[in-house]
Design a binder for this molecule. Structure first.
Ligand SMILES: Cc1ncc(COP(=O)(O)O)c(C=O)c1O
Length: 370
């Protein structure tokens, strides 16, 4: 089974509209201005790192971000803010989502007293739908998959003159997805500031779970822009059943995944990679590794049952995917070429992100107790 891909990136950033939006981002000062702002913790899992025989393992824990249980609000809040600066008469925001992004758009739009219409695909759980409705959004569940739902939201927004705040881009729709990526920069800046203050050295390898790739591309852009070729190695982690970046690397072209789209990792169960994200990912990521639902369930339990005095981390199905990618890369005998490629050794300092907490509490409890 081919479950990994090794990339040899150019390490070059293309100068285009996305690059200029990311370069001009003032997301950190915007997020600082919000009364709910609090830096998310960077948790050092010393005992797990010893067990894995690596030098350091830290997890940026986004499960408490603005009390929304996921990192997505960093992007949505910044895009809504910037969009309202440009189009102050906007009255309705719209989006398609498998959960976290829709909640984030609804939360952000409600801060300005605007209406939100959210479309969700056929497999979004009722708990995730209720969570979006909590923030006043009207949610419509469609009998479509994620990619088709995005197309539908785009058509409806054009027809109804709503502002589409979509976290994936396509031909002639790149500005707002770029603003979302610009908002994500906040937590990469937070990490660097933290390391500087504590006089700690940078990480060597980062594992990034990936849906449409906007978040991974934002992380890659940040590190390439700041460190050039001295950036950390980047490994993209995708579910076996929905691996658009893996497939795009294989085909050397941006394509939809060919898997069943049947995975518990709802946030990663996406379609074709985002247009502007793919341009960055292909030039700045080192490898892709695919993981199974079983592997992510074990990783959720590893976070939940810490070794000795390591912190307990509540991590949802998509949140724990980065750890699942690391554990697989570290242990699987057939992945030696991947380990060599990213220089994973006992002196590696590794960064992971817990991108969501227990966003579907029922499913989380079920997984943890089994
Ligand atoms: C919890 C979580 N992690 C990771 C991702 C991946 O982000 P992207 O779709 O930008 O690749 C998502 C996307 O919704 C998510 O909800």
């Amino acid at each position: 089974m081919t479950d990994f891909y090794l990339n040899y990136p150019t390490d070059k950033l293309v100068v285009n509209k996305t690059h200029s939006i990311l370069s001009n981002s003032n997301s950190l000062s915007f997020h600082h201005s919000l009364d709910c702002y609090k830096e998310s913790p960077l948790i050092n899992l010393e005992n797990l790192s010893n067990k894995l025989n690596i030098s350091k393992l830290c997890v940026k824990d986004e499960s408490k971000r603005f009390d929304l249980n996921a990192f997505k609000v960093l992007g949505a809040s910044y895009a809504v803010f910037e969009t309202l600066k440009k189009y102050p008469n906007t009255s309705v925001f719209c989006t398609a989502t498998d959960g976290n992004h829709g909640k984030a758009v609804a939360w952000s739009s409600r801060r300005y007293g605007k209406k939100t219409i959210v479309y969700v695909p056929n497999d979004t759980s009722s708990l995730r739908i209720e969570a979006i409705e909590t923030f006043g959004a009207t949610v419509h569940q469609l009998d479509l998959n994620y990619e088709q739902t995005c197309n539908y939201a785009s058509k409806m927004s054009k027809k109804m003159n709503w502002q589409l705040i979509q976290d994936t881009s396509w031909e002639n729709y790149e500005e707002i997805p770029s603003l979302i990526m610009a908002g994500y920069l906040t937590h990469f800046i937070e990490i660097d500031k933290f390391l500087e203050i504590k006089n700690l050295s940078n990480f060597d390898i980062i594992f990034l779970q990936c849906g449409v790739g906007s978040w991974a591309a934002s992380c890659i852009w940040y590190h390439l822009n700041k460190y050039g070729k001295n950036r950390p190695k980047i490994v993209i982690v995708e579910p076996n059943e929905s691996c658009g970046v893996f497939q795009s690397f294989k085909d050397n072209n941006r394509v939809s995944p060919i898997g069943s789209l049947n995975t518990i990792m709802a946030g990663l169960n996406c379609g074709i990679p985002s247009k502007n994200a793919w341009e960055i990912i292909k030039n700045g990521c080192d490898a892709v590794v695919k993981i199974s639902d079983e592997e992510v369930k074990s990783s959720m339990k590893v976070f939940y049952n810490p070794i000795k005095n390591d912190s307990k981390i509540i991590s949802g199905e998509s949140g724990a995917a980065g750890l699942a990618g690391l554990l697989k890369t570290k242990k699987a005998s057939h992945l030696q070429a991947l380990r060599d490629h990213i220089k994973l050794t006992d002196s590696s300092k590794i960064l992971l992100f817990n991108t969501e907490g227990d966003t579907d509490v029922n499913s989380f409890q079920e997984i943890i107790k089994n």
